[in-house]
Structures are given as structure tokens and as C-alpha cells.
Design a protein around this ligand. Structure first.
Ligand SMILES: Cc1cc2nc3c(=O)[nH]c(=O)nc-3n(C[C@H](O)[C@H](O)[C@H](O)COP(=O)(O)OP(=O)(O)OC[C@H]3O[C@@H](n4cnc5c(N)ncnc54)[C@H](O)[C@@H]3O)c2cc1C
Length: 521
């Protein structure tokens, strides 16, 4: 590949983090950005895909089943509108957007904190005071995180001053979610219920930081939203803005090394169409996560003091997703488009531990993309469960779509278990299935390049919020991280990563310029 253009910045990876930084640099600072993507489609975990079966086209998203805070004029919505020139539409999910199903009870979460709180108090009247305190903490604790992340672009004088005056919630934020639950609630049923969405951050209550729990719960207090016409619309509407400012997005282009000279990042080595070449720029930004960036892309002889810490922090957790195409509308099963979380026990910690030891489907998350998108052509569902990457280790060296019969047989067994657990809660589900396709941790690893298919990046333990390297800034001059591992996980976490990275590159004045642009959008 020959590219003699001069780019102001090179971004590795086109997930929402990479795209956000690229559009902010292009649109706010009129910079020419080169975005390099290994996969044949841009968008990272926000890409979607289509399979045709019996003449019907089914579409599924990969890593967005819902996000919160997309009400007009909220900050996250304003950013999304800015990044897509207002062309991306969001559809609100039904008022009861979550359904939690336990063996002996179920609970629906309303898209309003007052009703959610009222419904909880009605079910657990003895714990009213603790419930009210929980809602206060869920709103307050994220402020500790916001103040911490702003240090990445604020001059140290300001951030020291800010810390002096800001309320310090660190001791609450860095407990495990379980520690908070045990200290405040008596009922095991209530503790389980409040932590039902732990799958949204990929660690059960006894391992996750309470601040991560609060960030996720707070973001869904007013319900969930889904992108109209699917997640693919995100990249589709962002790429033209990058191109309009002279930038380029290259897919099928794998970065093999970040070039570092005298302590400064100055370019990348890439592989495209089996040819290797180098491209240079003064700013290099990686959306590939801390593991890929520090362990795989920075040459080993460059000293990085925290490489071992990164290796130890990386987990084995990945996921299985069964993509389902329907012959008929799933509304006939009584669903309206809400997420359904099916659990076999209140004890999320033990279920998680067992699932990491032996592959057996014990719980599942069921989402209905077509019921959340008024423009969907045909009806679909996704059934998701967590699993251990190591169960798939033996097929690691085989190629996507060319894996052997034993892999196919294993996939069939797991697909059946996912269908069985769903059928138990939604009788008639299997009858309307037309097509299924299972994605395994190997699929995740192949398409996103996250180590061991660990798509949430560095797991959100209390330690994650202490590591200095979960930060847009790196110890290498001119090299930045964006996306999940620059901030937090999830689409909104990675999007904020994209914003903070741009602010880290451009400084406080740059951040003010972005804020002004967002305000006048
Ligand atoms: C099954 C599933 C369900 C999810 N559901 C939700 C949800 O409902 N709501 C929510 O908010 N979040 C959800 N998420 C998480 C969310 O999608 C991610 O946290 C977020 O999109 C990550 O964005 P990112 O920019 O950090 O990284 P990614 O989207 O992973 O992008 C990284 C990109 O870098 C590319 N890359 C890696 N290495 C190289 C290289 N060497 N050269 C070139 N390119 C490279 C990859 O191919 C990839 O495109 C889900 C994820 C999954 C997998």
C-alpha cells in the first residue's frame, strides 16, 4: 500500500472509541485523520451483519443491545448527535425495558427511577431506607469517577484544587459491589435483583467495583435506547465526516507495530493485502485496548513498567451469542422488545464461578433487536451467555469458517442449551425459529482482536480504577489510548474514552473548544 499523504493523526481500530476521536479531531480541529481497521467492516463492536436464509435477510448487532442516556439534550446524546451530524436516530425501548427472571419470581424495571424505586420498595418494604440510600449512591458515586478521569486533560494545578473541594466517594466507589450490597441490604433476593445487570459490565458482584455498577445502573435509570436501522448506522454516519476533512478509513488493514523512536511514537507498521509498509504521523492513537497496545504493538525492547500488571489484569471471560432469525413475530410470545435476563439462582457469584469451570448454560440474556427498531425488515433475537475462553482454546489455531467438525458439533450443543433455557421461560420460542448462528469466544477474538475474546477490556475490578495506565495518556510521547481502556467499558464508556483522549491531546483549551462546538450544534 502506498500512501504518501501526511496525516495529523493515525488511529488504530475503528470501534466507537477510535471513531469518536477521529470525528472530534476532524470536525472540531479540522485535522486529517487516518483510521486503520483490521476487520473488513468498520465500527468494531458497533458493527452489524446480515445473513440471508430462505430468502429472508436477518440483521444483528454485535455489541450494542441497548444504551442509556439518549434522551434529546442529555450530554451523551448531544455527543452522538454531533458525531453523526444528527443523522443517527434512536428508538426508545418499552417503558418496562428490563425483565429479570429468577426461579421463584420475576421483576420488571421501569424507565424512570421513581417508579423503579417504588416497585422495589413495594416488594421489599422492610428495606425502604436502604433502597432510598442506594438510589442516592448510584447517582453520587459516578461523580468520583468523573472527577478522576478529568485529570487526564486538566492541568495538575486545577485537578489538585478540584480534589480538595470535591466530595470524596473513593471508599464507596472502590468497594466491591457485593461489599456494598452486604453492608446495606438484608434480603439475598433484593441483593440479587439489584445486581441483575452485572452482565452489562462482565464481572459478578464479588469481583466488580461498585463504581462500575453505579455507572451502568445510573446510565439506564431513564430506560434503554437502540439505534434505528442497527448499530452499523453509527460508523456509516461518522465516516463521511472524517473523509470530508481529508481523512481516510482503511479496512482490512492490520497494524503490526507502533514505531517508536527515541521515546516518541512516530508511525505504525501495517499489513494490507499481505504487503507490509510503514506510515508516519506525529500523533498515534490506539483503540485496541491496553493489552494489544502495550503487549502486542509496542516493541518488547521498549520499557513499559506495567506490562506484567496488564497481563495479570486480563481475564478469561468471553461470551457466546446465539443469533436467531424468526419465521414469525416474537410478540406472539408476550414480549414487547424488553431485555429478558434469565437466572437459575440468586447467587450470581457462584453461578459465574461454576460457568468459568464447566461449560453449561446456567443463565442467559435475551434481546430482540427487531422489536427495538421500527425499520427492521425481519424479526430477530440474540441469546447471550458468558463463558470461559479456555473452553475454546483447542480450536484457537483454526480459521474462521474453516473450523473442524468437533467445533461445529460443540456449537450445536451449546446453541441447543441456549434455546432450551429461553424456551423454558418463553414457551413457543423454538417453534418460531427459522435460523440460528452461534458466535463463540473465538469469533469475538477474530473480529475484535481483544485478547481471549475479552471484549470488555481490562475487567472492572476495584484495581482497574487504580491502575495509572487505564488512561488516554501513555508513557510514550505522542502515543494515546482511546476507547474502553482509556475510560470505562460499554458503548458510552468507550465513547467517553474517545472524548477524553481528544481532550488529552488538545488540552483544557481543546476540551473547551469541543464543549463550545457541542453546545452550538
Ligand atoms: C455480545 C456483546 C454485547 C454488548 N452489549 C452492549 C450493550 O448492550 N451496551 C453497551 O453499551 N455495550 C455493550 N457491549 C460492549 C461495547 O460494545 C464495547 O464496550 C464497546 O463497543 C467497545 O468499543 P471500543 O472502541 O473500545 O473497542 P472495539 O469496538 O472493540 O474496537 C476496537 C477495534 O480495533 C480493531 N483492532 C484491534 N487490533 C487491531 C490492529 N492491530 N490493527 C487494526 N485494527 C485493530 C478491532 O478490529 C476493532 O474494530 C457489548 C459487547 C458485546 C461483545
Amino acid at each position: 500500500m502506498q500512501d504518501n499523504q501526511q496525516y495529523d493523526a493515525i488511529i488504530i481500530g475503528s470501534g466507537i472509541g477510535g471513531l469518536t476521536t477521529a470525528v472530534l479531531l476532524s470536525k472540531t480541529f479540522n485535522q486529517k485523520v487516518l483510521l486503520l481497521e483490521k476487520h473488513f467492516v468498520a465500527g468494531g463492536q458497533t458493527h452489524d451483519f446480515i445473513r440471508t436464509h430462505n430468502g429472508k435477510k436477518y440483521r444483528w448487532d454485535v455489541g450494542i443491545h441497548y444504551i442509556g442516556e439518549m434522551k434529546k439534550n442529555l450530554f451523551s446524546r448531544k455527543i452522538f448527535d454531533f458525531l453523526t451530524d444528527g443523522k443517527l436516530e434512536w428508538q426508545k425501548m418499552p417503558y418496562y425495558f428490563e425483565k429479570f427472571v429468577y426461579p421463584d419470581f420475576s421483576f420488571r424495571q421501569a424507565s424512570n427511577p421513581k417508579d423503579f424505586q417504588k416497585d422495589l420498595i413495594q416488594k421489599f418494604p422492610d428495606e425502604e431506607e436502604a433502597i432510598l440510600q442506594y438510589f442516592k449512591d448510584v447517582k453520587k458515586v459516578p461523580k468520583w469517577y468523573q472527577s478522576k478521569i478529568s485529570e487526564s486533560f486538566m492541568p495538575s494545578f486545577f485537578s489538585n484544587l478540584k480534589n480538595l473541594f470535591s466530595d470524596n466517594y473513593e471508599h464507596i466507589a472502590l468497594q466491591t459491589t457485593q461489599e456494598y450490597m452486604d453492608a446495606h441490604f438484608k434480603s439475598e433476593q433484593l441483593k440479587a435483583l439489584l445486581t441483575s445487570t452485572w452482565g452489562d459490565y462482565g464481572l459478578p458482584p464479588n469481583q466488580s467495583a461498585f463504581v462500575m455498577h453505579c455507572l451502568v445502573v445510573r446510565s439506564y435509570l431513564y430506560g434503554g435506547y437502540y439505534p434505528v436501522e442497527g448499530a452499523g448506522e453509527i460508523a456509516k454516519n461518522m465516516i463521511p465526516i472524517i473523509e470530508k476533512h481529508g481523512g481516510k478509513v482503511l479496512t482490512n488493514t492490520s497494524v503490526t507495530e507502533i514505531i517508536i523512536n527515541r521515546g516518541k511514537a512516530s508511525g505504525v507498521k501495517i499489513k494490507k493485502d499481505n504487503k507490509e509498509t510503514s506510515i508516519y504521523s506525529d500523533v498515534i492513537i490506539s483503540d485496541t485496548g491496553a493489552y494489544n497496545t502495550y503487549i502486542k504493538l509496542i516493541p518488547e525492547d521498549i520499557p513499559i513498567p506495567f506490562r506484567d500488571e496488564i497481563k495479570q489484569a486480563t481475564g478469561n471471560l468471553s461470551s457466546l451469542t446465539l443469533h436467531v432469525g424468526f419465521k414469525e413475530n416474537p410478540k406472539k410470545l408476550g414480549v414487547e422488545g424488553e431485555n429478558i435476563w434469565i437466572f437459575s439462582s440468586y447467587d450470581h457469584n457462584s453461578v459465574f464461578q461454576e460457568s468459568m469451570k464447566q461449560e453449561k448454560i446456567r443463565s442467559a440474556f435475551v434481546s430482540f433487536p427487531s422489536l427495538k427498531d421500527q425499520k427492521a425488515e425481519n424479526h430477530t433475537a440474540e441469546i447471550i451467555a458468558f463463558t470461559n475462553y479456555d473452553f475454546y482454546q483447542k480450536w484457537r489455531n483454526s480459521t474462521w469458517l474453516k473450523r473442524d467438525e468437533s467445533y461445529k458439533k460443540h456449537k450445536e450443543e451449546i446453541a441447543q442449551q441456549l434455546l432450551d433455557i429461553t424456551e423454558k421461560h418463553l414457551p413457543g420460542f423454538k417453534n418460531i425459529v427459522d435460523f440460528t448462528d452461534l458466535a463463540t469466544p473465538l469469533t469475538m477474538e477474530f473480529f475484535t482482536n481483544w485478547e481471549k475474546g475479552g471484549f470488555y477490556g481490562i475487567p472492572p475490578t476495584p484495581n482497574r480504577f487504580k491502575y495509572k495506565w487505564i488512561n488516554p495518556k501513555t508513557p510514550i510521547k505522542n502515543l494515546y489510548l482511546t476507547g474502553t481502556d482509556a475510560a470505562t467499558l460499554g458503548v458510552l464508556g468507550a465513547l467517553m474514552g474517545g472524548l477524553f483522549t481528544t481532550a488529552s491531546i488538545k488540552g483544557l483549551r481543546g476540551m473547551m473548544k469541543i464543549m463550545k462546538a457541542l453546545k452550538s450544534n
